[in-house]
Write a protein of this length. Sequence first.
Length: 290
Amino acid sequence: MKLVRPEKLNLSTHRDLNENWVQKIIADDPSILGLGDLVLKDKERSHSKAGRLDLLLQDIESKRRYEVEIQLGKVDESHIIRTIEYWDIERKRYPQYDHCAVIIAEDITSRFLNVIGLFNGFIPLIAIQMSAYQISENEVSLLFTTVLDEASLGLIEEDEETREITDRNYWETRGTKQTVALADSLLTIVKEFRPDLELKYNKYYIGLAQNGQPNNFAIFRPKKSSLHLEIRLKQSPEIQEKLDAARLDTLAYERRFGRYRIRLDKGDVTKHRELLKELMMQSYGTIIEE
């Protein structure tokens, strides 16, 4: 097997490849960014007194939009401000959607990562570093690497539950006795690797508690006809492949809270017991490492 070292290109000084070319590549296939199954909503979107937004992308399965700004070469202060400004305009204009700002540049220095990181958690913000390589005379590869992901807000629910504790009857009324029983079945699976965990009934979900303290690597939301299982795991192609292969009914990945969401009925819990256990164990192990 022969090792080939492709030539790295500097797009900011390239004779033929420019920002319009990059914009078209992303517009034709937004999945290249690694942010999920996205579609192009608009390109060069005009904002009064604020210029033009390079790309507006939207998640197919959720009401989530990405305001994307592209810069060749090094990211700079004006680029960060412009990206946040476009995000702010769009979220105010279309509050029915969940919005996230995305900065794409060839060179994102540690200094600017620190600056961008100051906003993260207050402003949903993702920084992606772009690299172009010459593969052959007529072939160019364009790679996108997320160097700063959106801060996970998953632990906010643990603050809510200190004030919003309910009971089993509340959830049997909100869902049904049958769908709450599915949470019992999942707890039985959890107890195989963490025997001291119990269900904790909160207003917005059924969580898990260890010695009375929240440990919500997985949470449960009983509905009238099913139960939604949410597992806190970083999004990855490997996990999605397993879910797809099992033909589980998955909802859109919740990026802000870092959770996979799966719609389950009684047959699913029995049929996919080992996979569900594997994912919940993986989530539990990740939280312990944190």
